[in-house]
Ligand binder design. Structure first.
Ligand SMILES: NC(=O)c1ccc[n+]([C@@H]2O[C@H](COP(=O)([O-])OP(=O)(O)OC[C@H]3O[C@@H](n4cnc5c(N)ncnc54)[C@H](OP(=O)(O)O)[C@@H]3O)[C@@H](O)[C@H]2O)c1
Length: 320
């Protein structure tokens, strides 16, 4: 690739900061632009058009999204659907209309059907409805795959689409109202240990499985794909390692030094029964293999969380 000005939407978010940091050290990157939502609200097509007119990037990595754990998805299905559709459609269309050379769209494992055979192969994406608690979010993001493929077919435009599994790492959202499972467990166990609680209650029955990717590895996959992948087929980004929530909880409790009882609240949803992706395509298409072992990544994240002194970032989805 020649040197490029890269616009990263959501570049100040959890994943976005890692992507921007890695982009800045690439020889093919001339400049990284990461406007905040307060500067350009991507739900507003006019603001998005103005952003492209004024910044004139030549590559776009679209990470901006409204995201959260099962609880937030259940509470705000309409908001999650609408905001992710609007942001994605506005950004992708304006990128195309402004002659952007390459568009990298970030999807999610939540787009897969509820009962996808494990490991999830990209060919299975359309073979069923996603798990109900995250379907509005997953479908809004999956619709952007169709949009990217349609623009490729009609206009010959280079839009690629990547599907990361659940991410974790330093800088994640630790707000218990809206967070994903790993930051929620870390916060619960660390705080329970500090208070000397005898038990910690967790959502579901612990039988569901998940796959987790360290945020730095996810960023490295995205940067590699931006540089090396120009195909129309979606690509999973993961580790290929499946773990039950029960085993994950034990791992995090141990890393946090919590030795009390773990109580499962099976009135709360488990979410999708199993999640683990086939990672072959990412390896073959752009040479990506995750390098951070879950145990090491959890250790780093627990240490980071314990070192946080000030108030944690709060993530709310108020009426908007
Ligand atoms: N976290 C995961 O486990 C996971 C897994 C798979 C895929 N993903 C995907 O990865 C991407 C990044 O997720 P993340 O966890 O890093 O989320 P995040 O920390 O919540 O970051 C989202 C970013 O989106 C921006 N944003 C939200 N609404 C916006 C709006 N109306 N206009 C402009 N920007 C807006 C925010 O910008 P400001 O900070 O400036 O407000 C924020 O920086 C998303 O596309 C998500 O679907 C995440």
């Amino acid at each position: 690739m020649k040197t490029h000005r890269v616009l990263v939407t959501g570049g100040n978010g959890f994943l976005g900061q890692n992507v921007c940091d890695q982009l800045r050290i690439q020889p093919w990157v001339q400049e990284v632009l990461a406007p905040r939502s307060s500067v350009c609200d991507l739900r507003d097509a006019q603001q998005v058009a103005a952003l492209f007119r004024t910044t004139q990037p030549d590559v776009v990595i679209h990470l901006a999204a409204t995201v959260g754990g099962i609880g937030a998805n259940q509470q705000h299905p309409a908001l999650f659907f609408r905001e992710n559709m609007l942001m994605g459609m506005n950004t992708m269309h304006e990128a195309y209309a402004n002659g952007i050379k390459k568009f990298v769209c970030i999807g999610t494992i939540c787009a897969y059907p509820k009962h996808t055979p494990v490991p999830f192969r990209e060919e299975e994406l359309w073979n069923g409805y996603p798990e109900e608690t995250n379907a509005p979010y997953g479908i809004a993001k999956k619709a952007l795959l169709t949009m990217a493929q349609a623009y490729r077919q009609e206009y010959g435009w280079n839009a690629i689409y990547l599907l990361p599994v659940n991410l974790y790492g330093p800088g994640d959202n630790f707000d218990l109202e809206t967070s994903h499972v790993i930051p929620a467990l870390i916060r619960k166990f660390v705080e329970a240990k500090e208070r000397g609680d005898a038990s910690v209650t967790l959502w579901g029955d612990g039988s569901a499985t998940r796959e987790f990717l360290y945020v730095g590895d996810a960023a490295s996959a995205i940067v590699r794909a931006t540089e090396r992948y120009d195909g129309g087929d979606p690509v999973n980004i993961g580790t290929g390692r499946e773990i039950t929530i029960q085993d994950l909880a034990a791992l995090i409790a141990s890393a946090a030094g919590f030795a009390g009882e773990i109580v499962w609240d099976s009135r709360k949803p488990n979410g999708q029964p199993r999640r683990c992706v086939d990672t072959k395509r990412a390896t073959e298409a752009f040479g990506f293999t995750a390098t951070t072992q879950l145990e090491a990544g959890i250790r780093t994240t627990v240490d980071w969380f314990q070192e946080q002194k000030g108030p944690l970032r709060e993530v709310h989805f108020s009426k908007r």
